[in-house]
Design a protein around this ligand. Structure first.
Ligand SMILES: [Zn+2]
Length: 78
């Protein structure tokens, strides 16, 4: 996944995207957590994903997390 390749996720292609990244099963089985608040990510509350330190991080739909996500993007200059 390219560093510039930030994905804002929409319901339609969410499962396809996660499947392409080989993380769909992890999300479905509750293994992934929000990068900012630490809540368990599922298909309903997943708002965005982004690459960080060679890993893929998740952002939940909590407005506070989205705010932090955008601050993070500015700081990282991506
Ligand atoms: Zn969160």
């Amino acid at each position: 996944m390219d560093k510039k390749e930030i994905k804002a996720v929409h319901d339609d292609d969410l499962e396809t995207l996660l499947s392409n990244l080989n993380i769909l099963n992890d999300v479905k089985s509750g293994k992934k957590k929000c990068r900012f608040c630490g809540c368990v990510i599922d298909l309903d509350n997943l708002e965005a994903i982004f690459p960080d330190s060679g890993d893929i991080k998740f952002v939940c739909s909590n407005p506070e997390c989205l705010k932090q996500f955008y601050l993070f993007l500015e700081k990282e200059n991506v």
